[in-house]
Design a protein around this ligand. Sequence first.
Ligand SMILES: O=C(CO)COP(=O)(O)O
Length: 252
Amino acid sequence: MRPLIVIGNWKMNGNLASNEDWIKTVARGMESGMPSGRKFAVCPPFPYLTQCASLIKEHSLAFLSLGAQDASADIAGAYTGEVAASSLKEMGCSYVIVGHSERRQLHHEVDELVAAKALQVLDSGMTPIICVGETADERNSGRAVEVVRGQVAKQLTVLQDRLADCLIAYEPVWAIGTGKVATAQVAQDMHRAIRLQLAEFDEDVASHVGILYGGSVKPDNAVELFAMPDIDGGLVGGASLDPQDFLAICKA
Ligand SMILES: O=C(CO)COP(=O)(O)O
């Protein structure tokens, strides 16, 4: 049985004061217990990882793990501005997002680089969250499944059965930050397509990999999304900035 996983992606938001308020509020909200069989994590910007790790410890927030929003594809060396996966592990991270559409679009990251980053994350003992998803044009021209299958195929080529230790996040680009959530059925259909593609490679990998949905997940649509058989949780952007909304989604 795959656990339901809710991960907040703060993107380039937050500051020392708001982060502290957020962790305190979430700690109070989680104090009375959380639904069983679920996992939760938050991915703050790099500079706040240490602060969030110590706040999580201070508030004994056993339910909440820490993640990062990206990692380098290289182990170490002359890569100004890059952050090594091993450093993220040392800072207390359990998850690292790789290949987010904002990095693919704004920083021209391609599938091969995303796979190399995922390998570094795995080698450092963390779980990569590999993002895939089609644009509005690709969906409107009937190519959504083909595009996503292409992205997943590249990951399979490099990662092979190590994909069993990764999470995949299906994030349709047209649903990110737009308020246009994919209907639960549209999301389920793509998650199913991804799972069937994984099963063509290896049944065992397909049954192990958690496939999260991302794109305008809110407290009022999370229940329906999470009820779908192939949706194993959510990667939440905007709504994760509000601790009450994040908590509501975690409990949905
Ligand atoms: O990109 C996302 C999470 O990684 C989704 O962002 P929103 O929830 O703001 O649409």
